[in-house]
Ligand binder design. Structure first.
Ligand code: FES
Length: 142
């Protein structure tokens, strides 16, 4: 069996929503200390909808595919749905990732959450702080 699914290869070769949103409402940058990969998500939020999302990822192919898929999964969706996006959902939508590459999808979940937190912080919106655990050092991300 091939190591990477067709979907992973497709999103790696033709990543969707690559770039920067200059006047983003929320920006989230996360990195994985072990592999050194860095992912930045930019969100444009209109009312309660993710009107636009773009990403820049300096990292492995799985990280690029994960960011691309994550943007597709939240674009046009309500903020509340984007908040619930899990790395598992990203990996499933990619038709799976090899076990040692699952942390790449964790980076995508974290980058979106960081961007949403930034949006809340910048706009003075109250939120449940438990939605954004400081998980940078948990085993799941390593
Ligand atoms: Fe680090 Fe993929 S190897 S994010």
């Amino acid at each position: 069996m091939a190591l990477y699914s067709e979907t992973v290869m497709d999103h790696f070769r033709n990543p969707r929503n690559v770039g920067v949103i200059e006047d983003a409402d929320g920006v989230g940058e996360v990195g994985n200390a072990k592999c050194g990969d860095i992912m930045t998500m930019y969100l444009k939020i209109d009312g309660d909808t993710i009107a636009d999302v773009k990403f820049e990822t300096f990292g492995c192919g799985s990280a690029i595919a994960s960011s691309s898929m994550a943007t597709e999964l939240i674009k046009g969706k309500p903020v509340s749905e984007a908040l619930q996006l899990t790395n598992k959902a990203v990996a499933e939508a990619l038709d799976g990732l090899p076990a040692h590459k699952l942390h790449c999808s964790v980076l995508a979940e974290e980058a979106i959450k960081a961007a949403l937190k930034d949006y809340y912080d910048k706009h003075g919106i109250e939120y449940d702080h438990s939605l954004f655990p400081d998980c940078a050092h948990c085993e799941g991300c390593e």
